[in-house]
Design a protein around this ligand. Structure first.
Ligand code: ATP
Length: 238
């Protein structure tokens, strides 16, 4: 496996409050990796640290052969590492299409805006039919799709998704994970997903990491982690 992203022993936190300690993980090209753990374990903090939104106090991050720790977030995006925050954070008073077009603001994605827009509408037909509608009027699932599609507009090599299943019905959760897997496959995008929905997230992942109190406590293939008695007891209610 050639590692696209290598996080090596990073620590980070908020002011004097340490949250992540010595966290290491890797994501290979075209790989889907899930980071699972309870509420408050540090999953969002991990994504924010990788995205350059929160400085690391220790450790290094390599992406696509270059160090990215210390770079401002917008430079990380330009290199092809894009985060979809929890809830999607769309602009509610702009149309679906306007939100999507904003995803292609960076220099390398802009010339291909029309072609990528067509591609995204093929991947997410519901967004094509709602392209003129205000983003604020979309359902929870559609909003999440629009946020993912907006990230795809920037031509990412790696998508980081923060709790894409949050607030969705069980049926919609299943559909959302299917869409993410299909997207990763068809566009050859690697995915780093953080989730409290441990079962579904590990089921769709090639590999996973379990995070507790800011540290990685277990790693393995998706099926191995799902079969792990400690994971089953702590997170799957078995
Ligand atoms: P959730 O699923 O609830 O978002 P999480 O695993 O993503 O959980 P984080 O949001 O990364 O967890 O939070 C990890 C710890 O950092 C928690 O103890 C939280 O209270 C703390 N924390 C998060 N954001 C801040 C902040 N802006 N300032 C101070 N502490 C924070």
């Amino acid at each position: 496996m050639s590692a696209l992203l290598t996080v090596d022993k990073i620590s980070s936190g908020y002011g004097d409050i340490p949250v992540l300690r010595d966290v290491s993980l890797q994501v290979g090209s075209n790989e889907i990796v899930s980071v699972v753990g309870a509420n408050g374990a540090g999953k969002t903090t991990l994504l924010r640290s990788i995205a350059g939104l929160l400085p690391c106090t220790r450790g290094t991050i390599q992406f696509d052969g270059r160090r990215i720790d210390g770079l401002p977030a917008h430079q990380v995006v330009v290199r092809g590492l894009v985060m979809v925050p929890e809830g999607g954070r769309l602009f509610p008073f702009m149309s679906v299409q306007e939100n999507l077009e904003l995803g292609a603001f960076n220099g390398s994605a802009r010339p291909q805006l029309q072609a990528t827009l067509e591609e995204v509408f093929n991947l997410f037909p519901i967004l094509a039919s709602r392209r003129g509608q205000l983003a604020g009027s979309l359902s929870g699932g559609e909003r999440q799709m629009c946020a993912i599609a907006r990230a795809v507009m920037s031509q990412p090599k790696l998508l980081m998704l923060d709790e894409p299943s949050l607030g969705l019905s069980p049926l919609m959760v299943e559909r959302m994970f299917e869409i993410i897997a299909a997207l990763a496959h068809s566009k050859r995008i690697a995915v780093l997903l953080v989730e409290q929905n441990v079962g579904d997230a590990l089921e769709m992942a090639h590999r996973g990491y379990v995070v507790e109190r800011g540290q990685i406590v277990k790693t393995g293939s998706g099926p191995d982690l799902l079969a792990d008695p400690e994971v089953q007891q702590a997170y799957l209610g078995l």
